[in-house]
Design a protein around this ligand. Structure first.
Ligand code: GNR
Ligand code: NI
Length: 169
């Protein structure tokens, strides 16, 4: 396993549309292992492969609380089969837009289809933080960041702040 560098805005790779994975093999599992390690170290609750510069349709996630045992989740080629009409707001952040937080409104519930770590096809319903996070991560696969859901002014201010912070680091 290895830690990878997380790309931050305005890195152009973050705008790329990620390509479907052809087969879930040991090389892909090694990538997912690196992603999980990188996500835990950050720390974050989700990570899309494109955030470490690999534009493939792969997501890792762990929504367990600190006092709970880890619950790693892996989503390969995820699709949203259904989304609720009802929406819910959530104060989002993103490892690729560090230290910026703002409210985004998304469907409150979604039905998913994806391949897991073993390459098995799974269908699953998501609500609450799980629904927020999977939609945030699936946006990454389309080159969309949570700040793209904000006003242009807020988006430009966010990128400016991140640029300043990165220079200072
Ligand atoms: O760690 C993360 N926390 C988070 C909080 C609210 C909504 C979405 C997220 S995902 C984010 C990690 C990340 O940037 N994943 O792409
Ligand atoms: Ni993100």
């Amino acid at each position: 396993m290895a830690l990878r560098e997380i790309l931050v805005v305005p890195h152009p790779v973050l705008k790329q549309v990620s390509k479907p994975v052809a087969v879930v093999d040991d090389a892909l599992r090694a990538l997912m292992d690196d992603m999980l390690e990188t996500m835990y170290e950050a720390p974050g609750i989700g990570l899309a492969a494109v955030q470490i510069g690999v534009p493939q349709r792969v997501i890792v996630m762990d929504l367990a609380r600190q006092e709970e045992p880890p619950q790693p989740r892996y989503y390969v080629n995820p699709e949203i089969l259904w989304a609720s009409e009802e929406t819910a707001p959530y104060e989002e952040g993103c490892l690729s837009v560090p230290e910026i937080y703002d409210e985004v409104e998304r469907p409150a519930r979604v039905k998913l289809r994806y391949l897991n770590y073993q390459g098995e096809q799974i269908e699953e319903d998501a609500e609450g933080l799980f629904a927020v996070c999977i939609q945030h991560e699936m946006d990454h696969l389309e080159g969309v960041l949570f700040i793209d859901h904000l006003s242009r002014l807020k988006r430009e201010q966010a990128i400016k702040k991140v640029k300043k912070g990165v220079k200072a680091a």
